[in-house]
Design a protein around this ligand. Structure first.
Ligand code: HEM
Length: 452
């Protein structure tokens, strides 16, 4: 038996070959990789610009890479994707590794404890109620943009006690520039005078203005005043006084900036995509929508939801929506030592790409995988699904820190809005998946708003 899984020929540094590969991959990453899985099986390997690359969709491999052998891997620090993210986010919880990551995670974990998160429920409902004014029946809305604005507001208020009313458009367009940034904007130095680099510089300046503004304003407060606040930014400013490695024992301004921006971005974009796809699915499946409405009417009877309300069908709708449309489609790792995955030896330095999307769409674990069927998440049916086949939040030590925050937030937003509104796709509007940092609808989600 060969020591490497089968796979396509290596991609070298030859610019023409690279360009051809990048174009084919970029156009439709899901289809591109899906065809390779069909051709080579659950794990295929190749060599990408001199680095061994292993790509898998198998739940057992996913579980091994992220959980049981998670200690033999780190987050990638090189490569285009990693550079794109680092250029913008710097070194925060999502991008860091080793002792620095461990220290940051320990410091931030308490802010995501169950009790702390539950205290945010009222804000989540308040902000969702406020957006109903914009979602006027009879109008057509870009629901993706509305969900983005809503989740951005929620994360700013809950984690940083900030109402981004004035900076909202600036922040939104800077984040858009980052999301849509080309390879060139991330590889070339910032002084190169081409439009994509200029746009990226502009976005970075805008974001830095807002984030440093927030940090500097809060830093003027005394420790005693900070201690009376309950948000994460204040906690970081206080707790970081015990962090070794900086001159005054606190996190540096740049470290705080990176962490805040990381949480800002990771904390709203994914949840917003999950909700946008959920509205799409509900519009396409009136029978499921009717069951959701029945549960809301039954449990809430017209009042606003709270964290104490059990809404099991609403939860199942969200879980199934994230199965079909996982906001994060892949997770990447680099082997820090030789390790074995699915019986294959993976050498130190190899890249491993885990395809969450394809594990979620595999008929072996999810019969009729393209069917929207929230009852797959009934406990007795879920018990049949192998570990690693459903990982919208990742798994293991790098499991999403915001998982419970996101699940609670999405449930409260859905329950608040679906009590008063329903949405229908604008006739003729094209809906297509677009995979970049997260998976979004390529042409947005234009929907007609109806009263309920
Ligand atoms: C539906 C919503 C969300 C989805 C689908 C999602 C998905 C993920 C995934 C797949 C990872 C693991 C990445 C990896 O292993 O390489 C991750 C990590 C992370 N997420 Fe989320 N996320 C969501 C919401 C949130 C929220 C609300 C926050 C914060 C408020 C957040 C903050 C983070 C952070 C900081 C990490 C890095 C954790 C670490 O490496 O220690 N996420 N998320």
């Amino acid at each position: 038996m060969s020591l490497v899984p089968p796979g396509p020929p290596p991609v070298t540094n030859n610019p023409f070959g690279l360009l051809k590969y990048a174009r084919a991959f970029r156009e439709d990453p899901i289809g591109f990789v899906g065809r390779r899985f069909e051709m080579y099986g659950d794990m295929y390997s190749t060599v990408f610009r001199g680095v061994p690359l292993y790509v898998t969709r198998h739940p057992a491999h996913i579980h091994q890479t992220l959980v049981t052998s998670g200690g033999s891997f780190m987050k990638p620090e090189q490569g285009l994707g990693a550079r794109q993210i680092r250029r913008f986010l710097g070194t925060g919880l999502v991008t860091s590794n080793g002792d620095f990551w461990r220290q940051q995670r320990r410091m931030i974990n308490p802010a995501f404890g169950r009790k702390r998160i539950e205290a945010f429920g009222a804000i989540m409902v308040e902000k969702s109620k406020a957006i109903l004014d914009r979602l006027q029946p009879g109008t057509t809305r870009e629901v993706g943009a509305d969900m983005m604005a809503l989740t951005l507001n929620i994360v700013a208020k809950t984690l940083f006690d900030h109402d981004p009313t004035h900076d909202q458009d600036r922040v939104a367009s800077a984040l858009d520039a980052f999301r849509n940034s080309s390879g060139a904007a991330n590889i070339l130095p910032s002084w190169v005078p081409i439009p994509s680099v200029r746009r990226m510089n502009h976005a970075l300046r805008d974001i830095d203005d807002v984030v440093y503004g927030l940090i500097d304003a809060r830093r003027t407060e005394s420790d005693a005043a900070l201690a009376t606040r309950t948000d994460l930014l204040s906690a970081l400013l206080l707790a970081s006084s015990e962090t070794p490695g900086t001159s005054d024992g606190r996190m540096s301004r740049k470290e705080l900036r990176d962490e805040l921006l990381t949480l800002f971005l990771a904390g709203h974009e994914t949840t917003s995509q999950a909700l946008t796809w959920t509205w799409y699915l509900l519009a396409q499946h009136p029978e499921i929508e009717a069951r959701l409405h029945a549960e809301l009417d039954d449990v809430l009877g017209g009042r606003w939801p709270s964290v104490a309300d059990a809404l099991p069908f609403t939860d199942r709708v969200l879980l199934e929506s994230m199965r079909l449309f996982p906001p994060v489609t892949t997770v990447a790792r680099v082997a820090t030592e030789p390790v074995e995955i699915g019986g294959w030896p993976v050498p130190k330095g190899a890249d491993v790409i885990v395809w969450i999307y394809w594990a979620h769409h595999d008929a072996r674990w999810w019969p009729e995988p393209e069917r929207f069927d929230p009852d797959r998440f009934l406990p007795e049916r879920l018990a049949q699904v192998p570990e690693g086949a459903y990982t919208p939040f990742g798994a293991g030590q790098r499991l999403c820190i915001g998982k419970h925050f996101a699940l609670m937030e999405a449930r409260l937003i859905l329950a608040t809005i679906a009590q008063r509104r329903r949405f229908r796709i604008e006739p003729g509007h094209r809906v297509e998946k677009h995979v970049a940092v997260t998976m979004s609808p390529r042409y947005g989600m234009r929907m007609a708003v109806e009263a309920r």
